[in-house]
Design a protein around this ligand. Structure first.
Ligand code: GLN
Length: 193
């Protein structure tokens, strides 16, 4: 299996390592690649869109033509994990500088925790995981509106911070920054057949 991590900004090597370790855990041979231009996503079985600055990421993936390849990937039923700024890019938001890909039926509020809580860590209960998940939030968004086909996987202070719509999983936090790759595992499950 090939896991592609969009590498225009953000924690690229951390996501790659998490996919490799999740693959080992599941007994799948997972190779990873950083996606920096068009032509790579079509070869990938699973993709991650990391955090960073959503304004920058959305314009870079558009410039490189990666945006349409991500649309095709999701349209073909293949899984994608979008974290933090990645979630902002996949969902709707009210910042005109971010081009939404429209692949996740949620509205996302950028920098929702304000200056007081720019970055923090919190234990979460995540649907589908047997034990709690230690989540790292960095200038994180929250999901303010959830469409009908979207399942909320985790909440923090009553707001959704992890969601799933079929093959698309979005988290407001950074699952690649802890030594716990169970969220990456969720994306790989069922992909080996
Ligand atoms: N605050 C960033 C944004 O709005 C997201 C931060 C992150 O990805 N850690 O784009």
């Amino acid at each position: 299996m090939l896991a592609g991590v969009v590498g225009v900004q953000g924690d690229v090597s951390e996501h790659q390592a998490a996919f490799r370790r999740a693959g080992e855990e599941l007994g799948l041979g997972v190779e990873t690649v950083a996606v920096r231009s068009s032509g790579t996503v079509p070869d990938c079985d699973v993709v991650a869109l990391p955090g960073g600055e959503s304004t920058t990421i959305s314009s870079l993936i558009r410039r490189e033509g990666i945006d349409d390849e991500i649309r095709e990937h999701v349209g073909a039923g293949k899984p994608i994990l979008a974290t933090c700024a990645g979630l902002i890019v996949l969902g709707r938001n009210d910042d005109s500088r971010v081009d939404s890909l429209g692949l996740l039926d949620v509205t996302v509020e950028r920098n929702a925790f304000g200056r007081q809580r720019e970055s923090f860590e919190a234990p979460l209960e995540v649907e589908g995981l047997d034990e709690g998940f230690h989540a790292v939030f960095i200038r994180a968004p929250v999901v303010s509106e959830v469409g009908e086909g979207v399942e909320v996987l985790a909440e923090f202070d009553g707001d959704p911070v992890a969601v799933r719509q079929e093959n698309v999983v979005g988290t407001a936090f950074h699952p690649e920054l802890t030594d716990d790759y169970r969220i990456h595992e969720l994306l790989l499950r069922g992909q080996d057949d």
